[in-house]
Write a protein of this length. Structure first.
Lengths: 306, 286
């Protein structure tokens, strides 16, 4: 594709054939498309080429047949189990982030005093990054942390609850870092829906439940699907927090960690590439399913543009 | 204005159970968030803190320790250098491409668009490991140029995707008018579109800046000892816990977060986060 885009305008110029140039321009090909060339070259060189190189590497292990790396991955439960571990973390985290954002964003759609401040406060976790979140969770939820202290002072529990260095630590860090993204996106999708539509429905006697079910939700659903995909991508590639607040040897040994260890601890680049490819494939399957569902929904203007 | 506020306030005092539930959930989230941040903040100023509610005493010496021991001056320098390079290059490459994608239809547009979407959709580790291998092969990895190249991979598509709606909303008739008056493509870009696009470019640039400073995986995979950014240095200091005092790591985490916070507040000055996806109709209630 990129090749035709790059070559054709040049040829057209050389040939000085107004007929050909004109015909191409009618189909949308002319010199302006050259503006696209740097970006296309860039994606090809820095994304597609490394990606294909990795794909080829994954089929070329040091020993064994072309599929040996994949066999090594899928036959070893310690390795292949990482798929489930990752999905078990990423799917619930992404779902909670998206579903919790909807009612909150729905409430915050209109303008009210302090909305900007509240938005900034809700967005603060983006600045924390995974590492401060990890450090904070270790301090706050740890056995001697404030959270356990409060619960013990209130008499709700006798012994500290174990919330870090296991599944829950990683899960909380995913919610803290993922929620602001989901919230911001949903808020912008919701505010992009023309409020007059809902007012029209209200005039016709719909209560808020009917308005949400029949007006807002159908218009929001494509946005929900997109947000879920992005939230899932974020949660799926969890890596630093799985090491820092999780239990990297056991229940939070995620795919990214397995790939990293294969590459930088065992120096088996073929296996690492194979795990990376499996990771990409699993993620694309989930996203594909969501987008397939989305393609059956209403697409088009939500009335907010302009 | 007063007429719209009054019924709203009254409705909230009545308060349906659902609204109590929602605001309760938000409060719970924020309280715990404050706990997470507060724990690090208090610890970074504390002298000794074992099992009590608050540390025994307060000091600022951990910041000096962290600054000295982790060589933060170099790290911050590298972070700034890398992020600014990434921002400038990704805007230079991304904006023209976004212009073409916003204005033109051509055969294969969908494929091109998909190719730009893919780096954002893929987890960084998936393409990061092959990319790091390729960069090592050509001698780029292990220094700042490799870090810049790796960080460009998600940044350029990000600029393209955020700029496309910005360009779409500028009326093409302005361009046609400029063409009618005899503007060349270069003049069109520099004197007509450029000034109109400055807010959008600023927004994209700041978002890329925030992303790059916070990007862990790609930098981690490609950085050498001299080209660590702040996040990566922080990760190493944390995973090597026990060698250095916990509080020094906390202090470093606070330094990192305040940097990000400043960036984000600046970003929110220029971009209204809710306008990223769709231009919002900000008409007051009638």
């Amino acid at each position: 594709m990129s090749l035709t885009v790059e070559r054709v305008p040049g040829e057209a110029r050389q040939a000085q054939d107004p007929g050909l140039r004109h015909r191409l321009a009618e189909r949308g090909i002319d010199r302006q498309l050259l503006l696209l060339v740097p970006a296309v070259l860039f994606v090809v060189l820095l994304f597609l080429y490394p990606f294909l190189y990795g794909l080829q590497l994954s089929f070329a292990p040091d020993e064994g047949g072309p599929l040996a790396s994949y066999q090594a991955f899928f036959s070893d439960p310690y390795q292949s189990g990482t798929i489930w571990i990752t999905l078990k973390l990423a799917l619930p985290a992404a779902l909670i982030n998206v579903l919790a954002s909807v009612p909150i964003a729905y409430r915050m759609r209109g303008s009210f005093r302090g909305k900007r401040l509240l938005t900034i406060v809700l967005v603060v976790p983006i600045t924390l990054g995974t590492v401060l979140t990890a450090q904070g969770l270790l301090n706050y939820l740890g056995p001697a942390g404030w959270f356990n202290k409060i619960l013990m002072t209130l008499g709700l529990i006798d012994d500290p609850v174990r919330l870090v260095n296991n599944y829950w630590g990683v899960f909380f860090s995913l919610v803290i870092t993922g929620f602001p993204f989901a919230f911001l996106l949903i808020l912008s999708y919701l505010s992009g829906i023309d409020p007059t539509l809902e007012r029209a429905a209200a005039t016709l006697g719909a209560d808020w439940r009917q308005r949400f079910r029949h007006i807002t939700l159908p218009l929001l659903a494509p946005g929900l699907a997109t947000t879920f995909c992005l939230a899932f991508v974020l949660a799926f590639s969890v890596f630093p927090s799985a090491v820092l607040v999780g239990n990297p040897a056991g229940e939070t040994r995620v795919l990214a960690l397995a790939a990293y260890q294969a590459a930088y601890e065992q120096y088996d680049y073929s296996l690492a590439s194979a795990i990376a490819m499996v990771m990409g494939a699993v993620e694309l399957i989930v996203i594909g399913v969501v987008l397939l569902w989305r393609s059956r929904l209403y697409t088009g203007s939500t009335g907010g543009k302009g | 204005m007063a007429t719209t506020v009054a019924p709203r306030a009254r409705r909230r005092i009545v308060g349906s159970p659902s609204s109590w539930l929602i605001w309760g959930a938000v409060t719970f989230f924020l309280v715990n968030l404050a706990g997470v941040i507060g724990a690090v903040l208090v610890s970074s100023f504390g002298t000794q803190w074992f099992g009590t509610w608050f540390p025994n005493g307060f000091t600022t010496s951990w910041y000096a320790t962290a600054w000295r021991e982790f060589g933060l001056l170099d790290v911050v320098g590298v972070t700034l250098q890398v992020s600014l390079l990434v921002v400038v290059i990704s805007v230079l490459i991304g904006v023209p491409a976004a212009y073409v994608l916003a204005r033109r239809t051509f055969p294969g547009k969908k494929i091109v668009y998909f190719a730009f979407l893919l780096p954002i959709l893929m987890p960084p580790i998936t393409y990061g490991i092959p990319l790091a291998t390729v960069l090592y092969k050509f001698g780029f990895a292990g220094n700042a140029s490799g870090v810049v190249l790796a960080n460009l991979v998600p940044s350029v598509p990000f600029v393209i995707l955020t700029m496309t709606p910005f360009i779409e909303q500028i009326s093409p008739s302005i361009e046609s008018a400029a063409r009618m008056c005899g503007a060349t493509t270069r003049a069109l870009f520099l004197r007509v579109l450029g000034p109109l696009l400055v807010p959008g470019m600023l927004a994209a640039a700041i978002l890329v800046l925030v992303r790059t400073v916070g990007m862990f995986e790609l930098t981690f995979l490609t950085a050498g000892p001299d080209s660590q950014t702040l996040v990566v240095a922080l990760y190493y200091s944390m995973s090597a816990a026990g060698i250095r005092a916990q509080q020094a790591v906390d202090a470093m985490a606070v330094i990192y977060t305040s940097t990000m916070l400043v960036l984000l507040v600046v970003a929110l000055r220029f971009v209204n986060p809710t306008q990223l996806v769709a231009r919002v109709k900000e008409t007051p209630e009638p």
